[in-house]
Design a protein around this ligand. Sequence first.
Ligand SMILES: [Zn+2]
Length: 283
Amino acid sequence: MMDETERKAHQNMPPVICYPVHMLPAPDLMSLSRFRTENVEKSGEILVPPRDARCFEVPQGGFFRITSIDGPQVGDLNLWHKDNRQEKFYSGKTRALHGTHLSIGNQMWSSFPYLRPMATIVADTLSWYGIDPHGGSVHDVIGTRCDPYTHHVLSDGQHYHHCCHSNLTRAVSAYFDISPATAEDIVHDVLNVFMCTGFTRDTAQYFMKASPVRPGDYLELYAEIDLIGGLSACPGGDCSSEHSSDVAQCYPLLVEVFSPKEFADYSEWRNPCPNGYDQSHGL
Ligand SMILES: [Zn+2]
């Protein structure tokens, strides 16, 4: 049993950053800003209905912008490599690298064994929010996605079908023309776009509060590789009270895609390669 002095000494040890990100190549935001101005043009848009999800394609070198349009609404974002759905967004490692909430210059990393940037955040109209007095911030990679299984456990056996997990499952099934079971298998933990969340200081529990998002706010990302995105307009609406129900006021979200022009110049740009680890694992 540790005595009080020893306990305090341990608790007062300074934290050590697990992954010093100064070792990561910093995204070249100047070039990305130039690409956005000179290299791309709007190629499409899709409206994600409330309590539902849609998939969309963004070619490498393109951009996509998620905008709040009719009212405060949070979105749950999934990403896959267009030609290999096993390479998908890895929220846990992204969190370990960049912290609990993402903003401009942070990247969305892909799953093992690929582990490379899939997308880079280039614009965020909510970056002013910072970290609030409760430790909350926006665009988290700590919540997983609202889902009917957790709801079933917490609601004494209810079946709710419009959680982000189910919305994404339906959208992925329709988009890739695969069975719902296969689709459910590749739906993964999300980037919670516009959601305001944190962990309580006293009990370290996941909390949410009303998102500061307003119509016109947007998050914009650069596609480092060919992407398929999936976005759900969460049944929690602005997530000020509850999710996993039809109680909250919900609004659509707009996704706009900007694709490279025919003769766009990316000559100085290096696309991220799949991770270089040899995968021998000491064998
Ligand atoms: Zn949700």
